[in-house]
Structure formats: structure tokens, C-alpha cells
Write a protein that binds this ligand. Structure first.
Ligand code: NDP
Ligand code: 2IT
Length: 443
């Protein structure tokens, strides 16, 4: 049996209760097969794949907090420090009721290769909690974040592990987490990224994942003889990634016609009114159903998904496994030419394979959404040198990084005879650096 199959089979037995983790590993290892086969004996002897798929450490802790009525609640906190071969652990914190160890492990595993692709010195990690922030007051959010940090602060540090935002964690939560870290440690340092601009945050970090997604998408389109200008774009989600993806898509001349949240989705044939979405989501923390109050001609649906509308480019920006085979079939039938993942693993393996087989350009999340963590790494650099760069400087670096990432995918895919397969390209290019660093540092 091949080394890849052997490792996959072992993981499938051991982690049968972690389907998202297995999905992420299966996708990566399967597309790495040609690279592994070329070095099979060396990698098997060094147990390289076993070492890459077993986190360095997995920290689980109790998070007790008090709501506004004096009721005590208990959630589970997680931090998975997956791999620090090329730099300190780096990756977001997710607050969502669906969070469990398997989800944090899938995100941490993806993060290793994503961070490697940025070309910056950051390892892979991820954390979060099954806490549901929906409907909670600012005070309750602060109570939760402080309790979460009471435990987490022991394990993180600017040269050790640097968390940031993800689903349910934005500037407000990072502020409370940073305040509590500072209180507990006494250190004012770059231990978190996504900080506010008045206390060490970087310009462009808020926009970075969405903007970066569009920079990479534009590069992929141009390389294949297309341009974003004049294209119709379908976006899912209406959070941090979706909003700034939509903003940059419009700046590049496209029209965005859909956005969604966990209760429904809007179709606005005239183009989404982003000011309205920002007010509903960023200011009021409300539901997208309110969009019709701003744009009475738009459609609001609670059934189905955004992928049923006619579009040229689809950008899934909400959550994992939100674009299924039937959605991929609908996209292809409607003439979609490109899918780029703003979210982490939003496309199922079957849907990805169908899109690729149908000739749709497909940019996987670990490349396409790497602009967020890349700009986090730029925030770390600015914190270290105690300087702040201008918006234009950071944006130019972000654009360079995203174009370079696309070049790496394209090049790695070609080197292994899989031209245009950017999934394989991303996995191979991300893996090469981590594998070399891991082997160089011994057991
Ligand atoms: P936000 O919390 O800002 O927004 C998440 C959006 O997705 C909301 O519209 C939310 O709807 C929707 N959503 C979340 N969970 C579900 C679900 N189970 N079903 C349907 N809709 C859902 O998160 P981000 O925008 O930061 O993150 C979105 C995706 O991008 C995630 O996959 C994340 O891992 C990834 N990502 C984020 C980066 C970042 O820098 N923030 C960087 C790289 C990737 P509702 O409001 O109803 O909850
Ligand atoms: O999935 C991701 O890359 C993020 N949530 C951002 C991580 C970071 O450290 O900025």
C-alpha cells in the first residue's frame, strides 16, 4: 500500500468522529501523492505525514462566564497548536456553537499550508469555542472573552502563538482579549492580530481577506484570458470576508448580486448595496432579512442557496461545506467560469472535483483567503519594529503576496504535470517548505 493510503487509512480509523478534519487531510494528502511518491522511502522513514497530521499540542479548557441575569454558563475553549516548523503558531479563533475539536483541527491543518504559501514566517494553529455570540450583549461578550483569555494566555505569546479573528471574532472581541492578556501578563506586545488601529492594529487587516481573495481571483482570471471587469459575482456570507470581497469586486468593475447569512440570502439584480449590508451587519449586528427595508426590489430567500443564480464568478465566503455537488452543477449549467474560496473549505470534495472536471477555474481557500493571515503577519512585523505602515504600503504588500501565491500554485501544478489544477498546486507548494523545514529540524 502506498504511504499516503496507509496514513489516510490509519487516520480514518482513529479520527472517525472528526469528519471535517478527515476531509481536509484527505484533500491535501491525495493531491500530494505525486510528491510523496517521488520521495516515498525518505518520507516514510521520517514519518513525515504522521508528524504533519498530528498537532504539536491540543489545549482544551473550561470557559465559565456570567450572563446579564447573573446566570453562569460553561463553554469549552480550544487552541490547537498544529505545526511551528516555519514560525510561531498563527491562526484565528472561531466562536460558533458548531465548534468542536474536529473543526478546530481541520482549520489548524489547513492553516499550516496557507501560512506557508504566504511566504512569511508563520506556523499553523487555530482555536475557538462553542460559545454562541448571537444575541449576546457587549458586556456578555466581554465576560466571555476575559474568561477565555484567563486560560489561553498561558499558552500564547508574540514568538509562540499569535491568535486572531475568524467566525464570530472581530475587532470587538480582539479588543477584549487583548485587554485581558495585557492585564494578566503585564506585557504590551503583538500577541494577537486584528487589533484596533489605536492599539497596534494594522491598516488593511479588516479588509485583507476579502481584498486578497479578489487580488488572487483577478490574477487567476487574467492568467486564463479573462478579467473581473463586467463580470457578475455571487458571494455567500455577509461577515468580514464577504463584505470586503464584495467591496473589492465592485472596485475592480464587477457586479455583486448575492449575499447570505445563516438564516437566508438576498438577490439584488441591480447590485448589492454594500452600505446597507455594512450597516445591518457591522453596526446593528442584525439579520440580512432587513436588507429589503433598504432595497425593496431585492429578493430575500430562506430556502436554497446563492449558487442557484446566474453568475460568472462564485465566491463562497461563509463557512465549511456550503457549496455542494448540486450547487456546482447549477453553477456550471449557468456558465460560471471561476470559483474562489473566501471561506475555509466551503466546497465539498465532490463539488470541487465536478467544477474542475467541468473546466471551471478553482482557487482553494488555503491560497485564496490567505490575505487575512498574511496581513496579520504584516501586523506582527509592524508591532516588532514599533511602526505603523500606511494603508497604501500594506495594500501593496498584500497585493504582491496574493499575486505571488497564485504564481506558486500555477508553477507547482505545472511542475507535476497538472497544469491549471490549483488545488494540487496549493497543497504541493504549501507542503514543500514545511516538509523541508520539518526534516531539517530533526525529530
Ligand atoms: P464572520 O463571523 O464575520 O461572518 C461569517 C458569515 O458566515 C456570516 O454571514 C454568517 O452568518 C455566515 N455563517 C457562519 N456560519 C454559518 C453557517 N454554519 N451556515 C451559514 N452561514 C454561516 O466570519 P468571517 O467572515 O471572518 O469568516 C467567514 C469564513 O472565512 C470562515 O470560513 C473563516 O474561517 C474564513 N476566513 C476568515 C478570515 C478572517 O480573517 N476573518 C481569514 C481567512 C478565512 P450569521 O451572521 O447568520 O452567523
Ligand atoms: O482562517 C484564517 O486564515 C483566519 N481566520 C485568519 C488568521 C490570522 O491569524 O489572521
Amino acid at each position: 500500500m502506498s504511504y499516503v493510503s496507509e496514513v489516510l487509512q490509519g487516520l480514518e480509523v482513529k479520527f472517525a468522529s472528526q469528519p471535517e478534519f478527515l476531509q481536509a487531510v484527505r484533500e491535501v494528502l491525495t493531491s500530494l501523492a505525486p510528491v510523496i511518491e517521488a520521495n516515498e522511502e525518505k518520507y516514510r522513514k521520517a514519518a513525515l505525514l504522521e508528524r504533519l497530521t498530528e498537532p504539536d499540542r491540543q489545549i482544551l479548557f473550561r470557559v465559565p462566564w456570567v450572563d446579564d441575569n447573573g446566570q453562569v454558563h460553561v463553554n469549552t475553549g480550544y487552541r490547537v497548536q498544529f505545526n511551528n516548523a516555519i514560525g510561531p503558531y498563527k491562526g484565528g479563533l472561531r466562536l460558533h456553537p458548531s465548534v468542536n475539536l474536529g473543526i478546530i483541527k481541520f482549520l489548524g491543518f489547513e492553516q499550516i499550508f496557507k501560512n506557508s504559501l504566504t511566504g512569511l514566517p508563520i506556523g499553523g494553529g487555530k482555536g475557538g469555542s462553542d460559545f454562541d455570540p448571537k444575541g449576546r450583549s457587549d458586556n456578555e461578550i466581554m465576560n466571555f472573552c476575559q474568561s477565555f483569555m484567563n486560560e489561553l494566555y498561558k499558552y500564547i505569546g508574540p514568538d509562540r502563538d499569535v491568535p486572531a479573528g475568524d467566525i464570530g471574532v472581530g475587532a470587538r472581541e480582539i479588543g477584549y482579549l487583548f485587554g485581558q492578556y495585557k492585564k494578566l501578563s503585564g506585557d504590551y506586545c503583538g500577541v494577537l492580530t486584528g487589533k484596533g488601529l489605536t492599539y497596534g492594529g494594522s491598516l488593511v487587516r479588516t479588509q485583507a481577506t476579502g481584498y486578497g481573495l479578489l487580488y488572487l481571483t483577478q490574477e487567476m482570471l487574467k492568467t486564463n484570458g479573462h478579467d473581473l471587469a463586467g463580470k457578475t459575482v455571487a458571494i455567500s456570507g455577509s461577515g468580514n470576508v464577504a463584505i470586503y470581497a464584495a467591496e473589492k469586486a465592485v472596485q475592480l468593475g464587477a457586479k455583486v448580486v448575492t449575499m447570505s447569512d445563516s438564516t437566508g440570502w438576498v438577490y439584488d439584480a441591480e447590485g448589492i448595496d454594500l452600505d446597507a449590508v455594512k450597516e445591518i451587519k457591522e453596526v446593528k449586528r442584525g439579520r440580512l432579512a432587513e436588507y429589503k427595508n433598504y432595497r425593496p426590489n431585492a429578493e430575500y430567500h430562506t430556502e436554497g442557496r446563492v449558487w442557484s443564480v446566474k453568475c460568472d464568478v462564485a465566491l463562497p465566503c461563509a463557512t465549511q461545506n456550503e457549496l455542494h455537488l448540486e450547487d456546482a452543477q447549477a453553477l456550471v449549467a449557468n456558465g460560471c467560469i471561476a470559483v474562489a474560496e473566501g471561506a475555509n473549505m466551503p466546497t465539498t470534495i465532490e463539488a470541487t472535483e465536478y467544477l474542475q472536471a467541468s473546466g471551471v477555474l478553482f482557487a482553494p481557500g488555503k491560497a485564496a483567503n490567505a490575505g487575512g493571515v498574511a496581513t496579520s503577519a504584516l501586523e506582527m512585523s509592524q508591532n516588532s519594529e514599533r511602526l505603523s505602515w500606511t494603508f497604501e504600503e500594506v495594500d501593496a504588500k498584500l497585493k504582491d503576496i496574493m499575486v505571488n501565491i497564485f504564481r506558486k500554485l500555477d508553477d507547482a501544478a505545472r511542475r507535476y504535470g497538472m497544469e491549471g489544477n490549483y488545488v494540487a498546486g496549493a497543497n504541493i507548494a504549501g507542503f514543500e517548505k514545511v516538509a523541508e523545514a520539518t526534516l531539517a529540524q530533526g525529530i
